[in-house]
Write a protein that binds this ligand. Structure first.
Ligand code: AGP
Length: 608
């Protein structure tokens, strides 16, 4: 979604805001703008396209001032044009607003405001906010913002400045993340920590319904009835080089190569070898409460939904508790069966995905206990869940999720150990799983050492128009994930399917132009996969197979082989995902695609 940054302090604001926007570009990158209090009033610069375009404009006509707000956009209402770029202003240009979210009743408000003499210059829902604040203004900015927000339905993270009440930034959130950064004699506001990490690690996470007034001398947090609120100051444990590319061509490639370390981080201090179980301190649930659970719902979106499917397999196999996996966007509007004995596992890298957050709130409203598997510390899902497991995979900047996926699968394996050992899982089996977990980082390094082979292979498929990914059991979700990675960064149409499902339709797609990727490690369903490979080969398909050892049965049936190390069935997805991430990456790069910021996508989708 969009990214917001704000600054008030002794330094010239514009360069700080532009740098902050660059760090948030992965949130949205179709247009950008800044509004600065220049001593006379509010001065704005906006541009369609990348932040570099805005930077050129600002360098060409600099804006002086030590207080300002800025925005990078992911269009929802109105095309990505300069006119629709934020900040948006009121009729007289006294007020500037930047917004992340959707104003659902914008059309009705726009009509009402127009009937009352306001003129609009953009197609956006956001501009309504600037005019509502103008209509409510009686000398104090935060009072006007509060009154305006009482008329608004929808989601927002906003920052507002006004030449009529100069030396302050007013921010508010409902549904979209916002933090305040506490610097030395200066303050920042931002959609996430990466925008301000080079200036401070002291942050205040705002909750839904919070409004804050940031001035040169300090900040106040209020609710929407103007009552003072207290919010904790947190210390961010990420450091700057984690959000730099570190010599890699792209964040996505860097994050793929970080996986041996990030998986180590996800497991660190959590494996109890002696008992064959896992220690998950943040779960905040007792054994008795876990034993009360008689059904599990896992809900998520996108790549996180794929790891949920793997979690379903693991948990059902090791705990014998029935598990349902739900698309969060469907779950929140369905009348699901949820009881007080339901455990709702919510998976989200960003911890801010609107549909996933809403699905969690709905499950809790119906009595479920909600635990979050989240990567971003302090994110809304993390703070609102009853407990959870942080992935500790570090910041994931590339829009295509990679290291978060493998860490999610590992975190689900830890949860499976924790819950399984209370039920059907023996300590011996638990110990076997732990041994296999410990081997993963080294095994991933083996795969990464052969990245060049996958790059060569990619060369042969850059002209492809379609791809089919097939897997069975634990690796059907990996087929879905492999297809998603290729789709979202190379724009090649790709589908993932359970290998046996192919005969019921997709096999009609097979011809000599159709590359088919089989995830075929030597696991309990390998023999079944062999027959599916034969079906594809019989129709002339081009077969790429991920194998874990020499397979005489596949001789003459596959065009290209990618070898992954052998591991236990439930962990093969971790190893199989890595070459598929690399294959998608190299194909996209060779097609000249912007892999870190693919078209039409954003890193965390904070609107439904
Ligand atoms: C994956 O590469 C995509 N970026 C997207 O599908 C993502 O997984 C989805 O938006 C969910 O995000 P979350 O894990 O931050 O909730």
């Amino acid at each position: 979604m969009c990214g917001i940054v704000g600054y008030v302090g002794p330094r010239v604001a514009t360069p700080l805001l532009i740098e902050g926007l660059k760090r948030l570009e992965y949130r949205g990158y179709d247009s950008a703008g800044v509004a600065i209090m220049n001593g006379r009033g509010v001065e704005t610069r906006k541009a369609a396209g990348k932040i570099s375009t805005l930077e050129t404009i600002v360098n060409g006509s600099p804006v002086a001032g030590t207080l300002g707000i800025a925005h990078t956009r992911w269009a929802t209402h109105g095309a990505p044009t300069t006119g629709n770029a934020h900040p948006h202003s009121d009729c007289k240009g006294h007020i500037a607003v930047v917004h992340n979210g959707i104003i659902e009743n914008a059309t009705a408000l726009r009509h009402w405001l127009a009937d009352n003499g306001h003129t609009f210059t953009s197609e956006t829902d956001t501009e309504v906010l600037a005019h509502l604040i103008e209509a409510s203004f009686e000398g104090n900015l935060e009072d006007a913002v509060i009154e305006a927000l009482h008329m608004v339905h929808g989601t927002y993270g906003i920052a507002v400045i006004s030449s009529l009440d100069r030396d302050k930034i007013v921010v508010a959130r409902k549904g979209s993340p916002l933090i305040i950064g506490l610097g030395d004699q200066e303050y920042y506001v931002a959609s996430d920590v990466s925008a301000i990490l080079e200036h401070t690690r002291q942050v205040v996470y705002l909750d839904d319904g919070d409004l804050a007034v940031i001035e040169r001398t300090g900040y106040r947090v209020l609710d929407l009835d103007a009552h003072e609120m207290t919010r904790a100051v947190s210390q961010v444990d990420w450091d700057l080089d984690q959000i730099e590319r570190g010599g890699f061509d792209h964040f996505m490639l860097k994050e793929i190569f970080e996986q041996p370390q990030t998986i180590e981080n996800t497991m660190r201090g959590r494996l109890l070898e002696a008992d064959g179980t896992a220690k998950l301190a943040g779960l905040n649930v007792t054994n008795e409460e876990l034993l009360e659970i008689d059904n599990i719902i896992i809900t998520a979106c996108g790549t996180s939904w794929h790891s949920a499917l793997i979690g379903e397999h693991m948990l059902e196999e090791m705990t014998r508790i029935p598990v349902e996996v739900e698309y969060a966007s469907e779950f929140r509007y369905r009348n699901p069966i949820v009881t007080s004995r339901t455990l709702c596992i919510v998976i989200s890298q960003s911890g801010e995905t609107a549909d996933t957050l809403a699905a969690m709130r709905e499950a809790k409203r119906r009595g479920a206990r909600a635990i979050g598997l989240v990567n971003v510390v302090g994110s809304t899902i993390a703070r609102e869940s009853d407990g959870g497991v942080y992935l500790h995979a570090g910041p994931e900047i590339g829009v295509a999720s990679t290291k978060a996926f493998t860490s999610q699968v590992v975190a689900l394996a830890l949860l499976t150990l924790r819950m399984g050992r209370l039920r059907a899982l023996s300590s011996v089996r638990g110990a076997e799983i732990i041994e296999a977990l410990h081997a993963l980082p080294g095994q991933i390094r083996e795969i990464l050492d052969r990245a060049a082979e996958i790059e060569q292979l990619a060369e042969q498929y850059i002209e492809s128009h379609n791809f089919l990914y097939l897997g069975r059991g634990y690796n059907f979700p990996v087929a879905l994930e492999g297809a998603l990675k290729l789709k979202e960064i190379s724009y090649i149409h790709a589908e993932g399917y359970p290998a046996a499902e192919m005969k019921h339709g997709p096999i009609a797609l097979i011809d000599s132009q159709m590359p088919v990727v089989f995830i075929a490690p030597h696991d309990s369903v390998f023999d079944k996969v062999v027959s599916n490979v034969q079906e594809v080969k019989a129709r002339g398909g081009r077969v790429i197979a991920l194998t874990s050892r020499d397979e005489p049965q596949l001789a003459g049936l596959i065009d290209h082989e990618i070898r992954i190390p052998q591991t236990i069935d439930m962990l093969t997805p971790v190893l199989a995902a890595v070459p598929l991430q690399l294959l998608a990456y190299y194909i996209a790069v060779k097609r000249g695609c912007n892999v870190d910021q693919p078209r039409n996508l954003a890193k965390s989708v904070t609107v439904e």
